[in-house]
Design a protein around this ligand. Sequence first.
Ligand SMILES: Nc1ncnc2c1ncn2[C@@H]1O[C@H](COP(=O)(O)OP(=O)(O)OP(=O)(O)O)[C@@H](O)[C@H]1O
Ligand SMILES: [Mg+2]
Length: 318
Amino acid sequence: MARVVAVANLKGGIGKTTTVVNVGAGLALKGARVLLVDTDAQGNLAMALGVQPRRTLYDVLVDGAPVERCIIEARPGLDLLPADATLLGAQPIIARRPDWSRVLAQALQPVARSYDFVLIDSAGSLTPLNVNALVCAHDVIAPTTVEHFSVKSLELLMAQIGRIKGGAGHVRMIIPTMYDPRVRQSSELLALLRARYGDRVTPPVRVNVRLSEAPALGKTIYEYDPRSRGAIDYAMLVEYISQAFGFTARPRPSDPPEPAPAPAPVTTPHRPVSTVAPETCPHCGRTLQHTSLAGYRISYCAQCRFKKQELVRDRGQG
Ligand SMILES: Nc1ncnc2c1ncn2[C@@H]1O[C@H](COP(=O)(O)OP(=O)(O)OP(=O)(O)O)[C@@H](O)[C@H]1O
Ligand SMILES: [Mg+2]
């Protein structure tokens, strides 16, 4: 059964859609079966992925169309249930139904078993469909910019989610977005977030112009510029989220075969085998951690946030 995750914040323009696209695409590149659901009438998910939907969530929720017929394959392993402006007209219709807060959950039920993750993108206000997204989700991930007003409004968000889901504990992760380490206030607010919300705060996504350029071309950040800071940060976030939800990378049928392992070194009985020391951080000396995505191997330090990446193979999408 899919893990259903709502990506939500009551503020607009703070990186919800960017997070859904690049976390979803990253999970799919790691072999997960991912469905993205757009509950925002702006329809930004389809635009960001460069697809032109014929049927949308409106058809499912209002006209009763079978959900499978409205889902499109955006990339291998990455499906989309899109939205467009017609969804504005759906909201008052849904709001009149007695079971209005569960219509999305009911609509997704027939396909939930086909996916590892269902990621729901939502609008920046508490619309009936946003309430549906929160009711339907097992977990909520809240992106927030690292700015004074955004950090302040998190309390309100927690309270609202608590009211709808019966406990703020459902906010599984807070993702600091558009983080600028050169700005002192940005670092101070990130420290404040960590002090207040502890390990619910994920590694930050830095401000990166490539992330804002990619959607205009209908590309994920791994397709548009896999060497960018945005690609590294989202790849690390994908690794973090995979671990938190217990997902282990698996090859997709279309993946090129892994290169054959190097032959074992020939050793003579009396000579000790030389062991390769683990790679360490050039700044603080800690052992580096590794993840790979879109053909790149990313090495990072969990202590001081040092990062570097190397191309390991051409993956077609990157
Ligand atoms: N880390 C980043 N660095 C630079 N620009 C970013 C970053 N993340 C997102 N953006 C840009 O900021 C803008 C808002 O991002 P996005 O659309 O993801 O926010 P949103 O919360 O979904 O907004 P809305 O509430 O309107 O749906 C977009 O132009 C996006 O490309
Ligand atoms: Mg959005």
